[in-house]
Design a protein around this ligand. Sequence first.
Ligand SMILES: [Zn+2]
Length: 123
Amino acid sequence: MFDRILSIVLAAFFLMNAHSVITTGSCYVIYGHYFDFGGLKNIVGVAFGIFGILLLLYGILGDIIGRKEEKPNLPEFTVCPKCKESFWGNDTPDLKCKKCGHNLEEMNGYYKRHPENGHQPSG
Ligand SMILES: [Zn+2]
């Protein structure tokens, strides 16, 4: 989280400096000191600009990628041990039965864990 905020702050810093370097040939460094890039101002300014845009993209896209990674792994199918209703895992992200509100269990291995509920074909 902090990395992405930092990258956006740095992006703003580089983009402001890119503008300053291209327009004035120098950029503000610290405590009123300006660094003069002279004849290199266009190259340095464009490099700062590209670096700033890359940091900005990382800051924005990193946030989207991060959110995807935070999504919990849902079982493919779920089943309610109380009313025996079964659901697609994606339909029940809170793992609560839509019919009765009971906690759902993963369908995979359900009848092995609860053989008393099993209705597997005999033979
Ligand atoms: Zn239920």
